[in-house]
Design a protein around this ligand. Sequence first.
Ligand code: KIV
Length: 280
Amino acid sequence: MSTHISEPVPAAGSLKRVTVPAVRARKGGTPLVMLTAYTARTAELLDPHCDILLVGDSLAQVIYGLPSTVPVTLEMMCAHGAAVVRGAAHSLVVIDMPFGSYEMSKEQAFANAARILKETGAAAVKLEGGAAMAETIAFLGARGVPVMAHVGLTPQAVNALGGYGARGRSAAEADKIVGDAQAVAAAGAFAIVIEGVVEPIAVAITESVACPTIGIGASARCDGQVLVAEDMLGLFTQTARFVKAYGTMAAGIDTAAARYAADVRARVFPGLEQTYQPKN
Ligand code: KIV
């Protein structure tokens, strides 16, 4: 059987969608593969290779050129979330709850999480925060909203943290992050993203919670890994230390755009193949 180069392998349509219980059951097993996706076509391309696609609020910087995730709205998350669900047939789709949409009360969190699940068709939400969010996570879980938690470097708190540096360099901060993870796990989070922490913290969390941990700038000993897809693909030249680029997307776009511009200026494009000629 020949395989066309642009076809996902295996074809997404042949795969069953990953569920929340299936993710939970991967604790200590084959590492979970998670990438961000914000558009239908990107989701379609990444889907066969992933267990989880995260519609991250990092779309703030990647898609909208915003300086942080703080300005992201529910409307943005719902629009991009629905696009990703349409593009992905296999991966569990998880959608970030934006800053300001869940912190005020557990009732506010439920109303907005329910809206996200209804409008996108996704199966779960992610929210940032540790012990302070435990009651909310339990409230959502008891009402049919699976929650992925996010501890360590929590980008929505950039104004309080003062930057995006690694967390947990002091013993007190390390203890706080481990305690946060244990609190959200006890509250029923089905998985925990651990971002930007010194490695022993990620190991201590992974060894002490029953749900899978998913690292980003954390440790290879987490139960899975996540990266922003555009970082992984090499779209950005300046990235965090924890990013590894597996592609050269920026160079590819630059070369293609330069070739297109040259062809347009030389009147080589459009050629005969790209124009409609009168039928004889
Ligand atoms: O918004 C995002 O992309 C994230 C991941 C980096 C974990 O939260």
